[in-house]
Design a protein around this ligand. Structure first.
Ligand code: DAH
Length: 342
């Protein structure tokens, strides 16, 4: 066999090896076998110097062509094999996205917070601002500035936690009326949710509970504005069908003062055995009134120019009636069996 014939033979052996090379590693072996430093074709090229000039030209050309052809075949086969190997890897590592996931335990809002958010949303929609204040309050803001001076029986009637000289745990969110008015000029439209404290514990009282205070001071505000606003709020929180009624009452910082009831949203006043209203047809909801001129003077507002209304409600109580919970203490015990029901 001539050298040229041997080159042709090596080339076709190499090409068929490449064609059946099944992996990147196979192809690397084939490259070493046919083109490596001690491959036969390489040896032939090394010996070219010993040949006659004519042979040298012929063998040089055909051995180079053979190498290049083998290189090219290796290159394109390597691409095919790599693509297939990648495909196989992806198949093997694929995740079955249809398998059920691991459920993530998800919390939700506390029933009192649901009512607070609902009330706040309503007032924010009317343009009221939201303000929060301290739970340890001076007795000036909690009492004196609200028409309850030292020695006034209301101070003990409110089951106050006295903390220290002149400090109490706030018994109501009403001190936020004073703080708000001292910090700004009228008009004022503000709601103040927060925690309040009284020494009291039974099925409908807990030492910590929530209140939401509301205050509007502007030119020309009347009891009509108060009634209209609170009626719309009751419909927002308890449902379109509810009605309200306003009864005379007494608070030291409003004149006149009222209490507001909502018609029972469960029986509508038609069921004498209703568990929620106990047949009364009405549910007590909040205290309110026109801001006492003395309070406006206390904060430096001119009561001849401005009038205002204020209201205070207990969102925990509202949640009790809304969700039919008989014992307020359940709200604050943190028992998940209770809380998960909302
Ligand atoms: N602070 C009162 C309470 O805790 C509730 C209240 C009544 C708030 C009348 C008001 C109001 O703003 O005008 O019993």
């Amino acid at each position: 066999m001539t050298v040229s014939e041997r080159i042709e033979q090596l080339k076709s052996e190499a090409l068929s090896a490449v064609a059946s090379g099944a992996s990147t590693a196979d192809l690397e072996d084939i490259r070493v076998r046919f083109l490596g430093r001690s491959a036969e074709l390489t040896e032939i090229k090394k010996s070219i110097g010993t040949l006659s000039p004519d042979e040298r030209k012929e063998i040089g050309r055909s051995s180079n062509l053979a190498s290049r052809e083998i290189e090219a075949a290796l290159g394109s086969r390597a691409e095919e094999v790599a693509a297939r190997e990648q495909e196989e890897r992806l198949q093997a590592e694929a995740a079955d996205v249809t398998l059920p996931g691991v459920p993530f335990p998800r919390g939700h809002l506390h029933p009192s917070q649901i009512v607070i958010d609902d009330v706040i949303d309503f007032f924010v929609g009317l343009g009221y601002r939201v303000a929060e204040g301290p739970e340890v309050e001076t007795d000036y803001y909690n009492f004196t500035a609200l028409g309850i001076p030292p020695g006034h029986p209301a101070r003990t009637m409110q089951d106050t936690f006295f903390v220290d000289d002149g400090l109490v745990l706030r018994t109501q969110t009403s001190p936020m009326q004073i703080r708000t008015m001292l910090a700004q000029e009228p008009p004022v439209y503000v709601v103040c949710p927060g925690r309040t404290y009284r020494r009291d514990s039974d099925p409908t009282h807990t030492p910590m509970f929530h209140q939401i205070e509301g205050l509007a001071v502007d030119r020309g505000l009347t009891l009509g504005h108060l009634k209209g606003t609170l009626g719309a709020m009751a419909r927002h929180v308890f449902g379109e069908g509810v009605e309200i009624r306003v009864r005379p009452s007494y608070f030291q910082f409003t004149e006149p003062s009222v209490e507001m009831d909502v018609s029972c949203f469960v029986c509508g006043g038609r069921d004498p055995h209703c568990k929620v209203c106990k047949g009364a047809g009405w549910l007590e909801m909040l205290g309110a009134g026109m801001v006492d001129p003395g309070v406006l003077e206390e904060v430096g507002y001119d009561p001849e120019e401005y009038t205002g209304y204020a209201f205070g409600m207990g969102p925990d109580r509202m949640a009790m009636v809304k969700y039919g919970v008989p014992d307020l203490r359940l709200f604050f015990e943190g028992d998940l069996r209770f809380l998960r029901q909302f």
